[in-house]
Ligand binder design. Structure first.
Ligand code: ATP
Ligand code: SF4
Ligand code: MG
Length: 389
């Protein structure tokens, strides 16, 4: 046992039970304070109603910090993220597993697992067309009205999001009725059938009466999309919407999303590991690494002129049709421990281009064009540093 302890204590990731208790009690103090603030009754509207920096945007993430206060330390899942989702555009968010893509989108939905998960700093401005809400400060009761109506989410695994014991129609009706309290039962059903047709389900009356297990994966994902768009949201978050599907169905679902976006004039925040999907769908691309944005720009800028060594690595690890390789490239090394981030560029330990300057503090964001920004010392003298976005 003594030997076991000795061995463990040398492990940098090991913390004692006493230390864990101390962290846990500190966390409770922090999260209790934030929760107390959040759970106040009758919060004045001036606290959370705000203005967009640019009214053409539907969402503006502004220096967002979302942390998880866990018993082994604070996970800085999203650590100073700023980007915009313009009206009617698709913004692709890409990066390896665990880099904070989902937590960014869950923050916008106010669905981060509380109390340990909290937005600790920054703003998320959501433009409903009439008013602008700062989601970081919006009370839960107000958020319920925005979720589904202004912003909705299509999840990765439809089988876990659909209830297996209820028919499709019942579940779709429920979503529509929830957001349209004055609609009659017949009108709700009519709208459900319309939605099923809109997402390309031919036998809509039949499917309305079916249970989720009677449908294929592609059909279930179409149902999820129907639920997501049922109330004409201004922003649709699609988190890995096609990962669980085979390639042909994947292409059909992407095509469907693209068509629907134009029909209902929404914007899409598309989260994926797959640069191929981004290339097909996105107008703008945001590349995340370890809770931060390392590069962002228009899709053309990112694909024609990827600048950050991490973006270049992601591009190189993507299979290319017609190009024969012995082994697909993969970026060496792994993402640093999110609890103990270094005080220099987070990518340094994996970067083949690192040089003397990279020892310094985390690099600023450099604007190479008004839309293309990169955080890397290689571009220090090739653009300008701006405050904010
Ligand atoms: N409930 C939670 N408690 C503690 N840490 C969490 C929690 N949810 C997420 N995290 C951590 O936050 C970080 C970001 O996670 P996130 O789910 O956003 O990654 P992601 O980019 O969506 O990855 P993937 O591509 O695998 O979906 C990870 O380090 C993850 O372990
Ligand atoms: S700052 Fe240095 S270590 Fe970081 S990505 Fe750029 S070249 Fe690589
Ligand atoms: Mg995710």
């Amino acid at each position: 046992m003594a030997l076991f302890n000795k061995k463990k204590s040398k492990d940098a990731n090991y913390i004692s039970a006493k230390e864990s208790r101390r962290i846990s009690s500190e966390n409770r103090k922090i999260t209790d304070e934030i929760e107390k603030q959040r759970n106040r009754k009758n919060v004045p509207r001036e606290e959370y109603i705000t203005q967009m920096k640019d009214p053409n945007n539907v969402v503006e993430f502004d220096d967002l910090h979302t942390y998880f206060f866990t018993d082994i330390g604070t996970v800085k899942a999203v650590d100073g993220v700023s980007f915009n989702i313009p009206q009617g555009k698709t913004v692709g968010v890409v990066g390896e597993s665990g880099c904070g893509k989902s937590v960014t989108s869950l923050s916008l939905m106010q669905l981060v697992q509380r109390p340990q998960g909290q937005i600790v700093k920054g703003a998320i401005r959501l433009n409903t067309g009439e008013e602008v809400y700062d989601i970081a400060k919006t009370p839960s009761s107000e958020m319920q009205k925005l979720r589904g109506n202004t912003v909705s989410m299509i999840f990765q695994e439809p089988m876990t999001s659909l209830n297996p014991v209820f028919r499709i129609g019942v579940q779709l009706d429920e979503v529509i009725a929830l957001h349209n309290e004055d609609m009659s039962k017949e009108d709700v059903k009519k709208r459900s059938i319309e939605m099923l047709e809109l997402v390309g389900i031919a036998n809509s009356e039949g499917v309305y009466k079916m249970y989720p297990h009677e449908l294929s994966g592609g059909m279930r994902q179409r149902i999820m999309i129907a639920m997501g768009i049922a109330c004409n949201p201004r922003v649709i978050i699609a988190d890995e919407p096609t990962t669980a599907l085979d390639v042909t169905i994947q292409a059909q679902i992407l095509e469907l999303l693209r068509n629907l976006k134009d029909k209902i004039n929404s914007s899409i925040m598309l989260i994926t590991h797959d640069l191929g999907v981004i290339a097909e769908m996105a107008d703008y691309v945001v590349v995340m690494y370890a809770g931060k944005i390392v590069e962002r720009g228009t899709a053309e800028e990112i694909f024609k002129n990827p600048c950050h060594p991490y973006t270049i690595g992601l591009m190189n690890s993507k299979p290319v049709v017609g190009k024969e390789v012995d082994r697909l490239y993969s970026i060496p090394g792994k993402v640093p421990n999110p609890i103990d981030m270094p005080n220099y560029c987070y990518f340094k330990d994996r970067c083949e281009k690192r040089f003397g300057k990279c020892e310094a503090a985390y690099p600023h964001e450099i604007y190479l064009t008004p839309t293309h920004a990169v955080s890397c010392y290689l571009y220090d003298d090739k653009g300008e540093v701006k405050d904010g976005r």
